[in-house]
Write a protein that binds this ligand. Structure first.
Ligand SMILES: Nc1ncnc2c1ncn2[C@@H]1O[C@H](COP(=O)(O)OP(=O)(O)O)[C@@H](O)[C@H]1O
Ligand SMILES: [Mg+2]
Length: 252
């Protein structure tokens, strides 16, 4: 039994004369990892920015978790349980891992007016949160800048998964990483799904898309070409959909 967590219906978005998205409709199934693929400029980033509250559609509707939503800001999307891992990761390098996990959500101890941070509790909780998704937890009291790129990405993803979120969005999460680090990040993505979270990931690495996703949606020049269950397709078919060697599905 799979339920739809997010449904985008006939989304349009223009930037001046550029039609970035043309009548885009797509569904994300709860508990699945969905891949979004397409050539440069296909509209992938623009589409996920609608879901994360960075951009608003010119028209069309987005239904999330049973309600129509119209996010005025990223904070509004986060408030509904949509967390986005940005390419620049939005981590503070000079601050410890635990402080980054709690960035903007700091715990206090003692009387509120004293504003004393409950460091001990945040360190211990941060470790627990990372352990939920990560086999080898990075040292939580080290500054983020002392971690490798892959460990930073893992902290950012685990932080996104830690706060009661329902949907985690990632735009090219391993674009800057080496092979071993990429695999570690993929394990974290599996960990999110094992915990029941829904994940939407943009990636131009088709091998990766086939390793981590349950379903793949293809965009070309701002239009949805179609979707496939990952287990029922092959890279050759997805490439053909991306490049236009096959016509768009008749989606009804
Ligand atoms: N802020 C913007 N202003 C003008 N054009 C934009 C903007 N963002 C995206 N575009 C254009 O919209 C189209 C889709 O871009 P994008 O969503 O970034 O594609 P992708 O992520 O698939 O590479 C491209 O033609 C791009 O140049
Ligand atoms: Mg992009």
């Amino acid at each position: 039994m799979t339920e739809v967590l997010l449904r985008a219906d006939r989304i349009n978005k223009r930037f001046g004369a550029v039609v970035a998205l043309n009548d885009v409709s797509l569904e994300l199934m709860a508990g699945e990892v969905t891949g979004l693929v397409g050539d440069n400029g296909a509209g992938k980033s623009t589409l996920v920015k609608m879901f994360s509250g960075v951009l608003r559609p010119d028209n069309g509707t987005i239904r999330f978790d049973g309600e129509n939503v119209d996010f005025a800001s990223p904070a509004a999307a986060r408030g509904r349980g949509i967390e986005t891992v940005y390419q620049d990761l939005a981590l503070v390098g000079s601050m410890a891992v635990w402080a980054n996990v709690y960035l903007g959500r700091e715990l206090l101890t003692g009387p509120a007016f004293l504003n004393v941070l409950d460091k001990r509790r945040m360190i211990s909780n941060a470790r627990d949160m990372l352990e939920r998704f990560v086999a080898r937890v990075p040292p939580v009291d080290e500054p983020v800048e002392s971690l490798s790129g892959g460990q930073r990405q893992i902290v950012a993803i685990a932080r996104a998964g830690a706060w009661g979120s329902k949907l985690i969005i990632m735009d090219e999460p391993t674009a800057a990483l080496g092979v071993a680090e990429t695999r570690a990040v993929e394990e974290v993505i599996h960990g999110l799904r094992d915990r029941g979270l829904t994940v939407l990931v943009i990636s131009h690495n088709l091998d990766q898309v086939f390793r981590i996703t349950d379903r793949i949606w293809v965009l070309r020049r701002g239009e949805v070409i179609g979707s496939r269950e990952t287990g029922n397709t092959r890279p050759e078919e997805i490439v053909a959909m991306i490049t236009g060697a096959v016509p768009a599905d008749r989606l009804g």
